[in-house]
Design a protein around this ligand. Sequence first.
Ligand code: SF4
Length: 267
Amino acid sequence: MATRDDILVELGLTPTWRRRDSGGLPAAAVASVALESAVPKPLALREAGLRAAPAPVVAQDATARAPRIAALSWEEFAGDVDACTACGLCKTRNKSVPGVGDVDAEWLFVGEAPGAEEDARGEPFVGQAGRLLDNMLAALGMARGRNVYIANVLKCRPPNNRTPEPSEAEACRPYLERQVAMIRPKLIVALGKSAASLLLGTDATIASLRGRVHRYRGAPLIVTYHPAYLLRNLPDKAKAWEDMLLARRTVAASPDNSVADPPPVAR
Ligand code: SF4
């Protein structure tokens, strides 16, 4: 069982020591860089290859769209999201943010939508909140891209980080469903109330959703706080760590390939 000291160390709540040879970077940042460079090269190349897939010509016919997305391969996926014009967010995005990570991952982390930095870089959970997520993964012995896939419900940024419209979330839903069907994760972790609400179709508080196992398209789902919230509410980091321990127990108890059947194609 993790002690309080373990939690504080793993989530970066201990004093920030700076190594003289680290160029002034905090120790956690140095560890993060080391973790990044530890990601196996073939995986990094595979991700780059997926991202570089040519964008197909996309028919945006609403009835044909869901079954077409449900049949996408990984090679087609990022290009298809890049070309998507199914909701108004395509007009204001700089880059679409399909997702990143190990396509055979057991863990799928899902946030609500990209923010400004994600929109600029085309990658989910970058910046301070992303570094905290990376620290949480490291505390579990994992790393971004190593048995972990990270995505958002919406693949394009809502202007000024406003709450997505229900119609936008609905238009984007087939993409996440396709990712879940292809990855077949042992566990989905919903990061924050918005992601949990969109995935579970509930307005319940995050306090009432935490601490138990839900299901999304056949896969176990756990709800925890969004890393950006944790940056502003340090005491809740310990609760987030409890959620991660529940998540780890759930993965350990899960049979192979938790998504038993492909998700329904049309909604
Ligand atoms: Fe398409 Fe989703 Fe982007 Fe809307 S948010 S344009 S549905 S990819």
